[in-house]
Design a protein around this ligand. Structure first.
Ligand SMILES: [Zn+2]
Length: 470
């Protein structure tokens, strides 16, 4: 095993060595469940899934923990604004609890469609408030945190390594934060961030609140990830994933809280995925391009084609989503499935021939090189090309092996091609037309399908179809 990963902490590609043998303790920042996940969010989870699958493929024993943020994430990551869950509850006329469960379910449905299995442990913030209170208490006791009338804050200047992940100096950070409205005059330093919000003032009627040593209130967003990751994985994690947007605030704060509490290194490898852009720009409500998986499906693109699209770029690069590029991914997946179907039909099962080894090696080496999925896909396509050239189709075992990482459901590709839905509907309509002896309509549909390269044949058992040659 010689996996190399780019570590955001050292800004270098490093050899990955877990803390203990081949065990990997991995934490993934999960969704804030107040809206449907965007395709940009989903890219991040395809990435953490590929990382987890690649680790397992390379022989590591992985424990992945993912949180579900169902309280405490304010509209600004810098403690300003309202709780996103509460705002959604007002918007939709439901309780914050209903909102959280509804969008959590929606998230996992999307994830399932994209072949992203659940983490080994999925933990909700609202079910771990005790662990968070304990962590905050430790920070107050050891002098890193202080209480005001409104909140408990982490005092950033106490923690000397605060900038180590972001590389942003404390002065710059303070300047950046000053732009936001300060809502608590007792805050000692503008860079200080809330660990616990008291149910007073703007949060007096916060729907989700708990008892704490500082009165009733609710946890800040950053503290949940520290408390839950350390609860399940110990004080030091091997890998922490998330989007690069989390580096300057959320992950920087996670490090400060965790390391100030334990005195130990919190995370050994920080691995961040880059953004997904739409038509070369940012996704934004005003442009109407904040797409969800349902939007993608409505355009006839299958979730696994979107997954393939995500794999077509390295995770550290921005990925540019356009309807053309994702449609191209669908076409590519269709050809991949067509090949798999061909190989299944040929009946060439059994051990993989020796000539496939070089492609399997390339596939593995591409993953080992900081999860270079485009190169891994190229190795797969070269294997397919070579298989066609040799007319040797006994490569399914190799493809299924690759699919442990790619997650494209290759073993489930049906031997018989299914007719696309709109064509299937036409075939059904033609059947009806024949039953009512509307021969003109039946003929018209037959012609229409023939133009699309689909030939119908009426047999005693019903109609069968095949593709026109060439
Ligand atoms: Zn997090």
């Amino acid at each position: 095993m010689s996996l190399k990963l780019h570590n955001s902490l050292t800004r270098k590609k490093e050899e990955f060595v877990p803390l203990e043998d081949n065990k990997v303790r991995m934490y993934t920042c999960g969704p804030t469940v107040y809206v449907y996940a965007t395709i940009g969010n989903l890219r991040a989870y395809v990435f953490s899934d590929i990382l987890r699958r690649a680790l397992m493929y390379l022989g590591y024993d992985v424990t992945q923990v993912m949180n579900v943020t169902d309280v405490g994430h304010l509209t600004s990551d810098e403690d300003v604004g309202e709780d996103k869950l509460e705002l959604a509850a007002q918007r939709e006329g439901r309780t914050a609890w209903d909102i959280a469960r509804f969008y959590e379910d929606a998230f996992f449905r999307d994830a399932e469609k994209m072949n992203i299995p659940r983490a080994d442990i999925v933990c909700r913030a609202t079910e771990h408030v005790d662990a968070m209170i304990n962590l905050v208490r430790r920070l107050v006791e050891n002098g890193y945190a202080y209480e005001t009338g409104q909140a408990i804050y982490f005092h950033v200047p106490c923690f000397t390594d605060y900038s180590k992940l972001s590389g942003q100096s404390l002065e710059d950070k303070i300047t950046a934060v000053r732009a936001e409205v300060q809502e608590d005059p007792e805050k000692k330093n503008p860079a200080d961030f809330a660990l616990w919000f008291k149910a007073v003032g703007r949060f007096e009627n916060h729907a989700m609140q708990w008892d704490s040593p500082w009165g009733r209130g609710f946890p800040g967003w950053h503290v949940e990830c520290s408390a839950m990751s350390m609860k399940y994985l110990g004080d030091t994690l091997d890998i922490h994933t998330g989007g690069i947007d989390h580096i300057p605030v959320h992950h920087t704060n996670e490090i400060a809280q965790s390391e100030a509490a334990t005195g130990k290194q919190f995370v050994r490898y920080w691995v961040h995925n880059n953004f997904l852009k739409v038509d070369g720009g940012k996704m934004s409500k005003s442009l109407g391009n904040v797409y969800t998986l349902s939007d993608v499906e409505e355009r006839g693109i299958k979730p696994l084609a979107f997954r393939y699209f995500c794999l077509s770029a390295v995770y550290r690069a921005t990925l540019n989503f356009t309807w053309d590029s994702v449609a191209a991914a669908q076409t590519t997946v269709n050809s991949l499935y067509a090949f798999v179907r061909e190989a299944k039909r040929s009946g060439a099962t059994g051990p993989s021939p020796e000539w496939t080894r070089e492609y399997a090696d390339r596939f593995r080496e591409s993953l080992e090189d900081d999860l270079n999925t485009p190169r891994a896909l190229a190795a797969m396509w070269d294997l397919i090309r070579e298989s066609n050239r040799r007319q040797d189709f006994s490569v399914l075992a190799v493809l299924y092996d690759f699919d442990r990482v790619l997650g494209l459901d290759l073993d489930r590709v049906p031997v018989e091609e299914e007719l696309a839905e709109d064509y299937a509907a036409l075939v059904a309509e033609r059947q009806k037309a024949r039953e009512t002896k509307d021969w003109a309509r039946a003929d018209e549909i037959r012609k229409q399908l023939a133009e699309a390269g689909i030939l119908l044949e009426d047999r005693p058992g019903g109609v069968v179809w095949r593709r026109a040659e060439g």
